[in-house]
Design a binder for this molecule. Structure first.
Ligand SMILES: Nc1nc2c(c(=O)[nH]1)N[C@H]1C(S)=C(S)[C@@H](COP(=O)(O)O)O[C@H]1N2
Ligand SMILES: [Mo]
Length: 367
């Protein structure tokens, strides 16, 4: 099922992935209408309601029948397993609060703009994912000593970069054996919605969303690095089409704010009354704990108050009281994590538009 594929060049005029200038293309609009982001006002909620959590699906959403469905665990293992949903539900269950973000978040802000899903700033969400620890299932199968990676394959298939494929990604064996990586059958306490991977998906806390394979049907332990399209071609930091690049993995530190006041319908410009207002938002990082958030009001940075996150890979809330005086103001927020990384004021460009964690700027008119 998981076909090994060779690397292909995707750089001909107007092809997907190729950077471009100017207005959004009809193809980008088509993707934007299928895949939606988190409305920024939903940053006010600790846990994102499933309908507001961002969605990214490369091919078609699957509507699986849970009865004949089963998960295959095979490859470099002592015992191959075929597990029904009922069998998986009998294993120990964990619940992990996780902030997922698409690696392409912010892509539409880049210039030139890589042709793909044109996210603005909000391709993220935080959910409580419940299911079986992947490490438990791998222990049942018995990982053989030659294992180097684990390959996860979804039921969805399509064509990308000229290559027909099932959506598939791998994890290095040490990541796959982390105790918090979960084979999730519930999101926020309910069965997974179809768009989030019913009946079963992988959730890899701390990694960009592409690692968390939806509609999971096969787990293969392999003795050589996986060469699938979504691993070797997509999701890489590249300078240009011919650069082999380096793989995208952990989520870079980022923060966003709930735009204060009320919006203008068409432009989304914000309007608010003068006087005290509590600015608030969220900050997260897959590389280490968030250690600080600063908020800039008309260019002057001040530290915000940080709250404890629900888990090591869930966003934390930040707040800052502000007394808004009449006029036009520019607000921004910037987070730092325990590795010392903080968000850039101007984004470094890369060919696929990956991990654009530039600071958000919100302009407000105070009356
Ligand atoms: N089977 C499958 N899994 C997938 C994808 C996909 O297209 N097919 N998209 C990936 C990407 S790029 C992201 S960002 C996340 C999005 O997860 P969500 O739609 O539940 O938010 O799923 C990942 N898992
Ligand atoms: Mo993504």
């Amino acid at each position: 099922m998981t076909k090994q594929i060779s690397r292909r060049r995707t750089s001909t005029s107007g092809h997907p992935g190729q950077p471009t200038y100017g207005a959004l293309t009809p193809e980008e609009l088509q993707l934007a209408a299928r895949n939606h982001s988190l409305p920024l006002e939903a940053l006010s909620q600790d846990i994102t309601p499933p309908g507001l959590h961002y969605v990214l699906t490369h091919f078609d959403i699957q509507f699986a029948n849970p009865d004949p469905w089963h998960l295959r665990i095979h490859g470099a293992v002592e015992r191959s397993l075929e597990l029904s949903l009922a069998a998986l539900r009998k294993y120990p269950e964990i619940t992990v609060p996780v902030t997922l973000e698409c690696a392409g978040n912010g892509r539409s802000l880049l210039s030139p703009r890589p042709l793909s899903q044109p996210w603005v700033l909000e391709a993220l969400g935080t959910a409580e994912w419940s299911g079986v620890p992947l490490a438990w299932v791998l222990a049942k199968a018995g990982v053989r000593p030659e294992a180097v990676e684990v390959v996860f394959t979804g039921a969805d298939a399509g064509i990308q970069g000229g290559v027909q494929q099932h959506y598939a990604r791998s994890l290095p064996i040490r990541e796959a054996l982390r105790p918090d990586v979960v084979l999730a059958y519930r999101m926020n306490g309910n069965d997974l919605p179809p768009q989030h991977g019913f009946p079963l998906r992988l959730v890899v806390p701390g990694w960009y969303g592409m690692a968390s394979v939806k509609w999971l049907q096969s787990i293969e332990v392999v003795a050589a690095p996986f060469a699938g399209y979504q691993q070797q071609v997509a999701y890489r930091y590249q300078d240009n089409a011919d650069d082999g690049g380096t793989p995208v993995s952990r989520i870079r530190v980022r923060s966003l704010m709930v735009p204060p006041g009320i919006p203008d319908f068409f432009t989304r410009t914000r309007f608010l009354r003068h006087g005290p207002v509590m600015l608030q938002g969220r900050a997260w990082s897959g590389e280490g704990a968030v250690t600080g958030v600063e908020v800039s009001i008309d260019g002057k940075w001040v530290p915000a108050h940080l709250e404890q996150p629900a888990g090591p890979f869930a966003w934390c809330k930040w707040t800052l009281p502000w007394v808004a005086d009449p006029g036009s103001h520019m607000l921004a927020c910037r987070a730092t994590d325990s590795t010392g990384a903080s968000q850039p004021l101007e984004q470094n460009w890369n060919y696929q538009g990956m991990s654009n964690n530039v600071v958000q700027r919100v302009s407000v008119t105070v009356e």
